[in-house]
Design a protein around this ligand. Sequence first.
Ligand code: 5AD
Length: 347
Amino acid sequence: MKRLIDKLATRRILEKEELLRLLSNCDQNSRSYLFAKARDVDERHFGNQIYIRGLIELTNYCKCDCLYCGIRRSNKKAERYRLTPDEVLKCCETGHKLGFRTFVLQGGEDSRFSDDSIVSLIESIKSAYPDSAITLSLGEKRKASYKRFFDAGADRYLLRHETADPIHYAKLHPNNQTLQNRMRCLYDLKSIGYQVGTGFMVGSPYQTLENLVSDLLFIQDFQPQMVGIGPFLPHRDTPLGHQTKGSMELTLTIIAILRLMIPNLLIPSTTALATIHPSGREQGILAGANVVMPNLTPTSVRKKYLLYDDKACTDQEAAEGLMALQGRLKAIGYRIVVSRGDFKPID
Ligand code: 5AD
C-alpha cells in the first residue's frame, strides 16, 4: 500500500486498477500514512490556513426528485421556505462582520427564483461587499442563465456530479434527471470562466468501489477547482431512507486521495462529515481538507433545509459558533483566515 500511496503522491495519478486496489485494501495503517502525505501536500500549498465560506440556504423548494434527498419535490412532509432578498443581505451583513469573504448561495431548484431575481441578488451583494466572492449552488440551468449570473458578478459554482456512472446515476434519480445534463452544466460553467466545484456522496445506495474510481478519474480529467464530498446519510422521508449510511473512513480516504491528485484543490470538510461523527469536521481537515462552510442561514428556517436526518446545524456548523470552531481548529494546528480563498494555479 505504501508504495502505491508514494506513487500517487509523486505522480498525482494512478491507473484505474491501482485506485481500486488502494480503495479496497486501505487498512488503518495505510490510512494514517495516506493522511500524513495528504497533510504534507496541503501544508506545502496552504500552510495551516483554513478558508471559510458563509453558507446561505436560499430556498428548500425544489423541482428535482433525487431519491436520496430530503428536500426532493415528492417529500410532502418537508416544510418549505424561501428567503427574501432582504433576508439574504442581512445574512451577508452578519457574515461579513464575522470575517466571511465568500458567500455561498445554495438552494433547491426553485422556479420562483427567476434569473432576473438571482442577477439582482448577485448585484446587490457585490455592490455591498465588493471584496467578497459569490459562489452559487443552485443546480442545473441553461448556459445562458449561468452566463448572466457570471456577468452579474458570481465567481464560483458548485454542482456535484453525484456519480460519474450513468447506470448508477439512474438508480439515484428519476428518468428526467440525467448524468448527461449534469455534465453539460459542469462543462458550460467551466467554459464561462467560473471556478467550478463538483463532488459526490460516499456510500450512496448501490455504489461500488468501481463507481468511486470512476468519480476519481472523472475529477482527474475535469480538473475542478473545488470538490465537495461527504458520506451518504439517509433521510427517513425519502425512498432511500432505509439504506445504510456511508462510511466516514472511506470518505476521509477519498479526501486524502483527492489532495494528492490535485494538490491545490479546495476541499471542504463537509457538514455530512460533521454529522456522521462528532469530530468529523476535524478529521476531514486532518485527511487533507482545507475549507469549512459554516451556516449563515437565519436560525428560524435552518432546520428546514434537511437533506438528511440529524443534519448538524448548530455549534461549530453555525456561523455564530465561529469562535468555537476556531478553537477546535487551533487545537489541531490550523487557523481560519479572513480571505476570499480563491483557487490558485500552481506556478
Ligand atoms: N446524504 C448525503 N448527502 C446528500 N446530499 C443530498 N442528499 C444527501 C444525503 N441524503 C448532497 C448531494 C447534493 C448536496 C447539496 O448534498 O450530493 O449535491
